[in-house]
Design a protein around this ligand. Structure first.
Ligand code: GCO
Ligand code: MG
Length: 404
């Protein structure tokens, strides 16, 4: 079935989302998420100006050929902008295929390999006491896995905390200019084990405990952290060091048995090739929407399976419900599934995106609607126009830049 149009919808229901809508000659539409938090318009332009004109007239069923055409055909390969744009096209085409044959995408991928997808929720607090209340709330809702982050004493701001008043943990890409945060590694390294100890003392070991370091440590500091957290049996520590340095993980690995996860800033299989084939990590956390879509991510997950690495896809609220649904379809089918991040979306997003995924007992299911199971209400989207926003940046006590 030929593609007749491809349109880009940019909307900000709580945060910015870029959505690609592809339409075929029988009127079937498919959606792909093209959101790159803080750099949204670059992908919108890449699609509108360079990709959409190439799609019109092509056979929407030739997903593999279109993927290769966009990847090889650009000459300028890889990178977050290109791979997010390709991902949006790929997901929209899987959505169309599913709708045309009347089946959910997970069935097109060979069918479910499990009944549900275990997700982790985001507990956080301005103090350890606040954090404990937050963890208790997630356990009461039935979560089997909880990520914990709390304000580091002595620092004015800490990554990953709930925004007062919003009810959600989400990335604070909310300022017209990037906010300067302050970071001090020694304060964090002292505090992190105390935080985990408090959580395990209060709630025991009957659930999975996760933590995101957000690329802030050197390899040896990360090794020290991993060791200091061993008594608390972490499910993983995420992004312990800046992710582009694959060799760093070898050092961490040599010193600790705390499981390691990385990948949310990766875009292709080449970014994690050594990490996987040399068994330097335990979980690969790439997202459908930043890594070339379902077609490319399932290849990465297959490679990971050969080396005993499990999946743990990025599922932050800055990825749209379209991306989250695509992740759930893939998660349901892969043999080496580990866990799925679930941050949720701010309230106005449910006016714009109608979803068919569900949560029960700590597991999620993408639903059995044909395609991805997400629809966009374009009139609602138009009520929430794009807002220029940036993620924060991080500086050390002496004012020099650090990784955020
Ligand atoms: C996570 C991530 C996010 C990122 C965000 C950047 O683990 O969910 O670290 O919180 O910071 O996706 O836009
Ligand atoms: Mg993260």
């Amino acid at each position: 079935m030929r593609i007749t149009s491809a349109d880009v919808i940019v909307t900000c229901p709580g945060r910015n989302y870029v959505t690609l809508k592809i339409t075929t000659e029988d009127g079937t539409t498919g959606l792909g998420d093209a959101t790159l938090n803080g750099r949204e318009l670059s992908v919108a332009s890449y699609l509108r100006d360079h990709v959409c004109p190439l799609l019109v007239g092509r056979d929407s069923g030739r997903i593999n050929d279109i993927w290769q055409y966009l990847y090889r055909g650009a000459y300028w390969r890889r990178g977050p902008v290109t791979m997010t744009a390709i991902a949006a096209v790929d997901c929209a085409l899987w959505d169309i295929l599913g709708k045309r044959v009347g089946k959910p995408v997970h069935q097109l991928l060979g069918g479910a390999a499990r009944d549900g997808v275990m997700v982790y929720g985001h507990a956080s607090g301005q103090s350890v006491d606040d954090l404990l209340d937050s963890v208790g709330g997630f356990l009461d809702q039935g979560y089997r896995a909880v990520r914990v982050q709390a304000a580091v004493p002595g620092l004015e701001s800490t990554y990953g905390l709930h925004h007062p008043g919003t009810g959600h943990t989400y990335e604070p890409a909310d300022a017209a200019m990037p906010t300067d945060n302050v970071w001090h590694t020694p304060a964090y390294l002292d505090f992190a084990p105390e935080m985990m100890k408090a959580v395990r003392e209060r709630f025991g070991y009957g659930f999975h405990l996760l933590h995101d370091v957000h690329h802030r440590l050197s390899p040896l500091e990360a090794a020290q952290l991993g060791r200091s957290l061993e008594p608390y049996r972490m499910f993983w520590i995420e992004d312990p060091t800046p992710a582009e340095d694959q060799e760093a993980f070898r050092t961490i690995r040599q010193h600790t048995t705390t499981p390691l996860a990385v990948g949310e800033v990766f875009n292709t299989i080449w970014d994690c090739q050594h990490l996987i084939t040399e068994r330097l990590i335990d979980y690969i956390r790439m997202s459908v929407s930043h890594s070339g879509g379902i077609t490319h991510l399932r290849r990465i997950f297959d490679l990971a399976d050969l080396y005993g690495v499990r999946t743990g896809s990025h599922g932050a609220g800055d990825l749209s419900p379209v991306s989250f649904a695509a992740a759930l379809h893939l998660d349901l089918t892969v043999p080496n599934f580990g866990i799925q991040e679930y941050m949720g979306h701010l309230e106005p997003a449910s006016e714009v995106f109608r979803t068919s995924y569900t949560f029960a007992d700590g597991y999620m299911h993408p639903g059995d609607a044909p395609g991805l199971g997400v629809e966009i209400d374009e009139e609602a989207a138009a009520r929430y126009p794009y807002e220029a926003r940036y993620l924060p940046v991080n500086r050390r006590l002496d004012g020099s830049m650090h990784d955020w």
